[in-house]
Design a protein around this ligand. Sequence first.
Ligand SMILES: CCC/C=C/C(=O)SCCNC(=O)CCNC(=O)[C@H](O)C(C)(C)COP(=O)([O-])OP(=O)([O-])OC[C@H]1O[C@@H](n2cnc3c(N)ncnc32)[C@H](O)[C@@H]1OP(=O)([O-])[O-]
Ligand SMILES: Cc1cc2nc3c(=O)[nH]c(=O)nc-3n(C[C@H](O)[C@H](O)[C@H](O)COP(=O)(O)OP(=O)(O)OC[C@H]3O[C@@H](n4cnc5c(N)ncnc54)[C@H](O)[C@@H]3O)c2cc1C
Length: 556
Amino acid sequence: MFIPTLERQCTSEQREKFLPLCYDYRIIGTYAQTELGHGTFLRGLETTAHYDPNTQEFILNSPTISSIKWWPGALGKTSTHAVVLAQLYTLGKCHGIHPFVVQLRSLDDHKPLRGITVGDIGPKMGFGPNDNGYLKLHKHRIPRTNMLMKYSQVSPDGTYTKPPRSTLTYGTMTFVRVLIVHGSAIALAKASTIAIRYSAVRRQSELRPGEPEPQILSYPTQQHKLFPLLATAYAFHFVQLAMMKIYTDVNDQINNSNFSRIQELHALSSGLKAFTSWVTNAGLEVCRMSCGGHGYSQASGFPRLYADFTPSCTYEGENTVLMLQSARYLVKCVRDARSGKTLPGTVSYLSEDVSAVHSGGSSGRDLSNLDFLISLYKQRASNQVHFASDKVDRGISAGMDLVGALNSASVHLVSAAKAHSHYFIAKTFVESLKLLKASSELQNVLHQLASVYVFEGIAQSSGDFIEDYILSGSEAKTIRQLAVDLLPLIRVNAVSLVDAFSFRDEVLQSVLGRYDGNVYENLFKWAQNSPLNKTDVHPSYHKYLGPLLKRNQSKL
Ligand SMILES: CCC/C=C/C(=O)SCCNC(=O)CCNC(=O)[C@H](O)C(C)(C)COP(=O)([O-])OP(=O)([O-])OC[C@H]1O[C@@H](n2cnc3c(N)ncnc32)[C@H](O)[C@@H]1OP(=O)([O-])[O-]
Ligand SMILES: Cc1cc2nc3c(=O)[nH]c(=O)nc-3n(C[C@H](O)[C@H](O)[C@H](O)COP(=O)(O)OP(=O)(O)OC[C@H]3O[C@@H](n4cnc5c(N)ncnc54)[C@H](O)[C@@H]3O)c2cc1C
C-alpha cells in the first residue's frame, strides 16, 4: 500500500525522489492509517500534522493513547518509512486527513529516530510472519515536501489548496479493495483444489456390504458441498478481471481530471470486496470440513489459508461498513433515476421497470436459460434496492434526517447491496463466457459451472426470490433440482478444473492437495517431522509422566 499510495498521490518531483528508493529496496514502507481508537471512521483519526511556516516543516504528533497507529503491516520491525495519515493543520485551521511520508528508522543502523516509538503489536490469529505494528509520534518534524501533494498542497507560507475531490486521498484503499476481489478468487481456488483433489483420493464407507469403498468425491452430498464453490472460484476469477478493467478505466479518467465515475467505482469495489471475501471466508471452512479429520491437521493447509484470509473481511474497510457505502450510492441512484437522470453502466438497471413478473419473452419461463435467470437476479436486486430506498424515504418523511434514516434502514441496505453485487457477479460470469474463445467442449464444461453457480445462488437465497413473487415455490424447487442434476456431469471434469488453476505444491502447502495424490504416505512423513517426535521418549516423561506412573505403580 506504501508504493501504490506514492504512485497515486505524489507530485512529479516527489515521484522522482521517493519511488526509485522504493523500487530498489533502499527504503521499505508501510501504510499507517488505522489507530487504536479508529479504523473505520477516518474523520475520527487523531494523529496531527501541524505546519510550521518558520521552518517549513510539519510537526507530527500522537496526542492520545487512542491516536497510536495500530495494525499497519510490516510497521513493527521492518519498515524504514511510512505513509502516515494525519489531520492537517495550517494557519490555525484543520483540513482533514492527508498523507505524509515519515522516516521511522535510521538507514544506517535501523534504530527508531528521535520522536518515534515503534514496535510489533504481538501475535495475531494468522499472518505470523508479518510484523503488524504500532507507531507513536512525539512532535516529530518532517520537511514540508513530505506531504503528498498531487491533489492538495500546503505552500511554504502555509496557504492550503484543497483537492478537486476530498475522497481522492482514499484512492489506495479503492485499489486494494479491487485486489482483494482477486485475492478472494485465488483463496477459493486454492481451497477447492485441496478439497477436490483429496476427495478424489479419499475412499470411505461401503455403500453396500462387500462393494469397494467409493471415492468421497462420488457422493452427491460431497459434490454439492464442493462444486458450487468450485464454480464460485471461476465466477470470482471473471469478476475480478471485470473489476480491474473498470478500475483501470476510471483511474485513467481520474488522471485526466475527470472525476465523474469515482462514486460508481467506490460503490462497486466496496460491494464486491465485501461480497467475495464473505463468500470465500465461509467457503474455506466448508472445504476444510469436507476433508473430515485430516482437514483439521495443519498438513491440510486449511488452518493457515483460513487464518490468513479471514482478515480480508475486516481490513481495507470492514465488510458491513463497505456494504453500507455501496448501498448509500444505490439509494442515491434511485433518487437520480426518479428525477430523470441517466444512471451509469453498472447501475443503469435501477431505472428500468422490473416490477412485472418476468415473462421470459418468446421462450417463456425457461428455468434452465441462464439469460432468463440473470434477469431474475436483476429483478431481485432492483426490488431490494428500491425497498431499502423506500425505507430511507419513509424515515425522512417521519422526520428523521438522512443519516438517521440510512442508519435505521441499514439492515435492508446491506441486503440490497449484497443482491446488487450478486447480480453483477452472476451476470459478469455468464457474459464473460460468451466472449471467451474456447473449444465447444470447453465452453460446454464452463457453461455447466456457470449454470451451477446461477442455480445454487437462487437455491441458497430462494426466500428472496419467492418473497417478491419473482419465482413461485415450485419454480425455486425446480431450480434447486437443476443444480443437483449438474453435479455428476461436473464430477467428470472436477479434478481437471482445479488442476487448471495450476497451483504448484509449494504454493498450496497442503499434503491433502498434492498434485500426485500421494496423500497417506506423505501424511505419515509429515507427522515424523512433528517436534514431539524428535526423541522416542519425550523429556516431559522424565519430569512428569514417569514419576506419576512409577508412584502409582508402586502403590499396587
Ligand atoms: C493487504 C491489505 C492490508 C490492509 C490494509 C488496511 O487495512 S489499510 C486501512 C484501510 N482502512 C479502511 O478501509 C477504512 C474504512 N473507512 C473508509 O474507507 C471511509 O471512511 C468510509 C468508507 C467508512 C466513509 O466514511 P464516512 O462515512 O466518514 O464518510 P466520508 O465523509 O469519509 O465520505 C463521504 C463521501 O465520500 C465517499 N467515499 C468514501 N470512500 C470513498 C472512496 N474510496 N472513493 C470515493 N468516494 C468515497 C462516500 O461515498 C461519501 O460520498 P457522498 O455520499 O457524501 O456523496
Ligand atoms: C491483518 C490486518 C492488517 C491490517 N493492515 C493495516 C495496514 O496495513 N494499515 C492500516 O492503516 N490498517 C491496517 N489494518 C486495520 C484495518 O484496516 C481496520 O481494522 C479495519 O479498517 C476495520 O476497522 P476497525 O478495526 O475500526 O473496525 P470497527 O469499525 O471498530 O468495526 C467493529 C464493528 O463495528 C461495526 N461498525 C463500525 N462502524 C459502523 C457503521 N458506521 N455502521 C455499522 N456498523 C459499523 C462493524 O461492522 C464491525 O462489526 C489491518 C487490520 C488487520 C486485521
